[in-house]
Each structure stands twice: as structure tokens, then as C-alpha cells.
Ligand binder design. Structure first.
Ligand SMILES: *Cc1c(COP(=O)(O)O)cnc(C)c1O
Length: 372
């Protein structure tokens, strides 16, 4: 693709930091892990952070550490990345899908109550595309019902709701650092929480169930290898030093797209500012207007690609994925009509730190020619 959908932003200083680790004797569970965890904690305002091998492993450990298992239900949107629901299934629990609200594309708080049953054990709020979910309403419902909130903030590092950073608003939050995210460690993730016992438990679970204070063979429970290497952490430390600049640059790219496309009646563009929120721009996703259908969207997607412009069609709803469709346990969900209608019309445009004005211009010219 001439213009990619996303691109990591790697500086010479990042490369040097990774090379310094490679010349050191410690390639895992060393000083860079501690430094990376401290930088995530201090940036988000969380008391502690536990870095792990991916966002998915982080979400899995949240489910596990909260004691959620067979027969339990967790509320989650279907309009999101499949890892959110899969992490629930890893422990034998059931994801219960809740529809989204059209403005922010996040879980609709008005539809949460109806999805709660006696088996509901948590609400997973996903901050889709870096725009925070309606946390005040979600917190109110969760408190009234005594349910913990897991924040999937994998697309939303640095985003804020009422001046609080996403990930730290609920009980436990997860960030991800795959190369298409705002900052990257190659592969990696981090969990933030207030409860220090929970943090210790997560450190044990990420490392084969080993007690951190005891010797190698003292394993108290079934754990995993969800460790993240020192090389990944060194990259993360360097990337975190630039996070303010990265988020400002991404916001500027979103503004450029907005000024080009917001007047087009065939497109619905994301709002640049949403009340009570600071958006951390992960991707720039437009929607075709309601007179377009999925086939027309797919045709535009193909035409863009044939001109060398990478576009994404996310999200495809989780409940419509073959692995979920094939299993009757997932067929009992409530009405997901917003999810399905919106998913048919979304188109993610090329979005990365170094995209140029002329590339943005080219994407917009071609999109506006095709979306008629
Ligand atoms: C990226 C992402 C994840 C998982 O992150 P990985 O690091 O790829 O495992 C989970 N949830 C959402 C919403 C994501 O966007």
C-alpha cells in the first residue's frame, strides 16, 4: 500500500535504547520492566502498573484475578476488537453483548441494566477508537449493583473522562502496545489498578504463579508466561517519554481530516470534542451515511485499496464472527441493531503520526469521489 493504514513511529533513540538492553546481561524481568511500569503508573495517575506480553493477556489476567469463571457473565460491547470477549471466554465465562450508542460508538449505558442477570460478575467498558465510554453512568450502575468495572483502554492511553485518565476510572484497566496503537512496544500491554493486593496477584499470575518474594519453585497457583521482555520495555520507556507529542500530533491529523470531510453529506465524521472527554486519537473512522449499505462500503474499501490507500473495516461485530455464531451460548443477546447498522458503514482511514498533509489530501479526494 502506498499509504498504509497505520505505521509505528520509531526514533533513533528508541533503537539505541533497545540495543543497550541487548548489550546488558538482563533480557527479562529487569530494570526496564520496573521503569516502564513506573512510567505508565505516573502518567495515568494509577498507584501501580503491571506490564504484560499483550493487551489480550492483560485482559485475561483481569478476568482471572477478579475470580470470574464458569457460569459467570460479563457485559461487553460487540462493536470492538474480538480480544475483549475472548478474554472472558478463556476463563469459561460468558460475554453478554450490549449495544452501542451512535455518538461515541461505546457501550450504551441505557442498555446495561436490561442485560444484568444474577450471574453478571463485571462490566467491561471499552473506550473504542480512543473515545472514553460514558463512565459516570456506568460507574453509577456498577456501584448500585456491586459490580467491578474492567476498562479495556487498549485503544485509549491518555484519553480522559472528567479529567481522569481512562484505565484508572473503574477497578482495573488495560492498555495495549501493538504497533498500530498510539505508542508501541512491538508486542506488550499493561494493567493498572488501585488495589495493591490485586497488583501482587497479577505479577504472580504473569510469571507461572510464582510468589515474587519466594524462590523459583514456590508456585501457589496456576499461572502463565505473560511476561514482557526488557527489549520491549526499553522501547516502551522511550515511547512514553514522547506520549504528549504523539497525542498532540494525532489530534492534529484528526483535525485535518475533520476540516476536509465534515461538510460532506455522504459521510458521518467522528466528533472532535465530546463533552467531559479528552479523546486519545487511535484511528480515524468515518461512517458512510445511512443511504449506503455494506456492499457499497466494501466496494469503496476495495477501490481505495486498488489506488494504494489502505483502509480498515472495523469493527466487524464480535457476535457475527463465525466462532461466536457457531455457539448457541452467544445467541441470547439483546438487540444489537446500532452495532450491526454502524458496522456495515464504517471505514477507517490511514492514520499515523507521520502522515503528511498531501497524503491526507489524497485520501480525502479519492474517498469523496467514491462515496457518492
Ligand atoms: C488492541 C486491542 C486489544 C488487544 O491488544 P493486543 O496487544 O493486540 O493483544 C484489546 N482490546 C482492544 C479494544 C484493542 O484495540
Amino acid at each position: 500500500m502506498r499509504i498504509p493504514l497505520s505505521a509505528p513511529d520509531i526514533h533513533e533513540s528508541d533503537i539505541e535504547a533497545v540495543c543497550r538492553v541487548l548489550r546488558s546481561p538482563q533480557l527479562s524481568l529487569g530494570p526496564k520492566l520496573e521503569e516502564f511500569e513506573r512510567s505508565i503508573a505516573s502518567y495515568t495517575g494509577a498507584p501501580d502498573a503491571v506490564a504484560v506480553s499483550s493487551g489480550t493477556s492483560g485482559l485475561h489476567l483481569c478476568i482471572r484475578a477478579l475470580g470470574i469463571g464458569a457460569g459467570d457473565e460479563v457485559l461487553v460491547p460487540s462493536f470492538t476488537f474480538i480480544a475483549a470477549a475472548n478474554a472472558i471466554r478463556f476463563e469459561g465465562a460468558l460475554p453478554v453483548f450490549v449495544d452501542i450508542e451512535p455518538q461515541t460508538l461505546n457501550i450504551d449505558p441505557a442498555k446495561i441494566e436490561a442485560a444484568i442477570t444474577s450471574r453478571t460478575r463485571a462490566i467491561m467498558a471499552v473506550h473504542t477508537f480512543g473515545c472514553p465510554a460514558e463512565m459516570s453512568s456506568i460507574l453509577e450502575i456498577a456501584r448500585a449493583r456491586g459490580l467491578p468495572i474492567i476498562e479495556d483502554a487498549c485503544e485509549a492511553i491518555g484519553a480522559e473522562y472528567d479529567k481522569r485518565k481512562t484505565g484508572t476510572i473503574g477497578d482495573i484497566g488495560v492498555f495495549a502496545f501493538y504497533p498500530n496503537k498510539q505508542i508501541t512496544t512491538g508486542e506488550g500491554g499493561a494493567i493498572v489498578m488501585r488495589d495493591s493486593k490485586l497488583a501482587a496477584r497479577l505479577r504472580t499470575l504473569r510469571n507461572q504463579g510464582r510468589n515474587s518474594s519466594s524462590d523459583w519453585f514456590d508456585c501457589s497457583e496456576l499461572g502463565y508466561n505473560y511476561r514482557i521482555s526488557e527489549m520491549n520495555c526499553a522501547l516502551g520507556v522511550e515511547q512514553m517519554k514522547r506520549i504528549d507529542d504523539v497525542l498532540a500530533r494525532r489530534e492534529a491529523v484528526a483535525r485535518s481530516y475533520h476540516s476536509r470531510l465534515s461538510g460532506n453529506p455522504n459521510l458521518v465524521v467522528p466528533g472532535l470534542s465530546v463533552p467531559r472527554r479528552r479523546i486519545s486519537w487511535f484511528v480515524y473512522v468515518v461512517r458512510l451515511s445511512s443511504r449506503f449499505d455494506r456492499n457499497q462500503r466494501d466496494q469503496i474499501w476495495r477501490e481505495m485499496r486498488s489506488r494504494g490507500i489502505a483502509c480498515g473495516r472495523y469493527f466487524a461485530p464480535i457476535h457475527l464472527q463465525p466462532i461466536y455464531r457457531a455457539d448457541a451460548s452467544f445467541s441470547g443477546h439483546a438487540d444489537l441493531s446500532n452495532t450491526e447498522a454502524i458496522a456495515d458503514r464504517v471505514l477507517a482511514l490511514p492514520f499515523f503520526n507521520q502522515i503528511t498533509e498531501s497524503q491526507i489530501d489524497e485520501v480525502c479526494v479519492i474517498l469523496e469521489k467514491l462515496a457518492v
